[in-house]
Design a protein around this ligand. Structure first.
Ligand SMILES: *Cc1c(COP(=O)(O)O)cnc(C)c1O
Length: 432
């Protein structure tokens, strides 16, 4: 079943894993916002590629990764599974700590995994341009890179405040050949509404989504691409957990606690779903912990309800933990976690009691990030630092109880382009 790639002669999974095949019951379906009836797949066709929609609704257990995509994955995958022995030593804990490091991808985070699959599917259907939104630019840079690999144009609507204050990832998007548009801007109906009033409008992720969807629907050979939340995006990320399962076996251990940060839920899902599938089969005692910011606590404080994915209210209604589509999270440094909702699949697993959730303050996560840098030597993305904060607490808990637990977490990205955030946090300007 395994294909060995020619570049590194190392193991890569052949398929993505679809947890929906193994769930005793599925989450409630997305609804058409106008009729409140379950959405028909065809209704999504003006927005997403057909291949993506098929994967979104599929309940097949395994979905094959095309050779063309595997070839690109092989340039940075399998990503390392690392024993955080220095952190363990510092904490003086009996817990063994391991992390899966997604920061080695070209865009510096796990987002490259789904971006490549989505760009490939677009290319297969003759789509010429993919549009999307980006806040701090992590998703935009991943999609721009992926599009460059499959001969597709990337048009990225970037929240103006980030565009002006955080040029690092805008430059990356442009270097990868993507086109960046400040949002809100004059090119779309949605953008003009705000732009005419104030050409310096700081923008928001919600407005940028509306602009990206509108331009996908109205321009020829153009589709929209989303970097988290949807079932298919979570599916693509399972390559992380499939590799990790194999690597754990090679290391000779089974993780008993799996931890990841959650914005829309994709990196957490990617690492955990293959292990959750295993838990459903074996009825083992593995725990799963999703970590979010106190400033945007959709899982720990939000309501499980039907809500829109965007602020304007154009997208389908998703059944998810949400703080309400009008909730505007404060401008914390972990931009990737500033989302009012949560992936319906993660929400469902929390409701089923399979996934626990916890929130941390910005102060706590920056302290955790600094400790990680000083022990393991990697500057984590502020998003990933949420997972690290929980890992440290759990490792200290294990020390109290003397338990030799194996903890595995997802280091979803590096923080080299977040260096200003670290500077501000260190100099007392941390927002909390
Ligand atoms: C975008 C991002 C996240 C949050 O998104 P999820 O879909 O919840 O994974 C987490 N970490 C990094 C590094 C990101 O770029």
């Amino acid at each position: 079943m395994q294909r060995y790639d020619s570049r590194k002669m190392s193991y890569l999974p052949d398929n993505f894993y679809n947890l929906k095949a193994d769930l005793p019951e599925l989450p409630p379906p997305p609804l058409n916002p106008a009729t409140r009836r379950p959405l028909r797949p065809e209704e999504l066709e003006p927005v997403f590629t057909r291949g993506f929609i098929q994967q979104e609704i599929s309940t097949e257990r395994f979905i094959r990764i095309p050779d063309e995509v595997l070839e690109v994955y092989s340039r940075y995958r399998p990503t390392p599974l690392v024993h955080a022995s220095a952190l363990r030593k510092y904490l003086n804990t009996p817990a063994r700590i391991f992390y899966k490091y997604e920061g080695v991808s070209p865009a510096g985070s796990h987002k490259t995994n789904t971006a490549l699959m989505q760009a490939y599917l677009a290319g297969q259907e003759g789509v010429e341009t993919l549009t999307t939104e980006t806040g701090a630019g992590q998703w935009g840079s991943a999609l721009a890179y992926a599009c460059s690999q499959f001969g597709i144009k990337a048009r990225v609507f970037m929240v103006r405040a980030s565009y002006r204050q955080k040029p690092g990832r805008r430059v990356m998007i442009e270097l990868f050949g993507g086109q960046v548009t400040e949002s809100p801007g004059p090119d779309t109906e949605a953008g003009r509404k705000y732009y005419r009033e104030n050409p310096d409008h700081p923008g928001s992720l919600g407005i940028a989504i509306s602009e990206a969807v509108e331009s996908a629907v109205s321009l020829p050979a153009t589709r929209y691409s989303l970097g988290s939340v949807l079932d298919a995006v979570l599916l693509h990320q399972t390559i992380i957990g499939l590799e990790a399962r194999k690597q754990c076996r090679e290391f000779g251990f089974e993780p008993q606690l799996i931890i990841g940060c959650v914005g829309g839920g994709s990196n957490f899902a990617g690492l955990s779903f293959p292990f959750i599938g295993q838990k459903l089969q074996e009825k083992n005692g593995t725990r799963f912990l999703a970590v979010e910011p106190e400033a945007c606590p959709s899982l720990t404080s939000g309501q499980l309800q039907y809500d829109h994915g965007d602020t304007v209210g154009l997208t389908p209604l998703l059944y998810m933990h949400s703080l309400g589509k009008d909730f505007v999270p404060p401008p914390i440094h972990a931009g990737g976690l500033r989302y009012h909702g949560m992936a319906p699949l993660i929400s469902h697993l929390v409701k089923m009691g399979l996934v626990e959730a916890r929130a941390y303050s910005q102060k706590q996560i920056f302290a955790a990030a600094e400790l990680f840098l000083r022990t393991e030597g990697i500057l984590p993305a502020p998003e990933s630092a949420h997972a690290i904060a929980a890992v440290i607490d759990e490792a200290l808990e294990a020390k109290k109880s003397g338990k030799e637990i194996n903890i595995l977490f997802n280091l979803s990205g590096h923080g080299f382009l977040d260096i200003n955030a670290y500077d501000q946090a260190a100099n007392g300007n941390g927002q909390d």
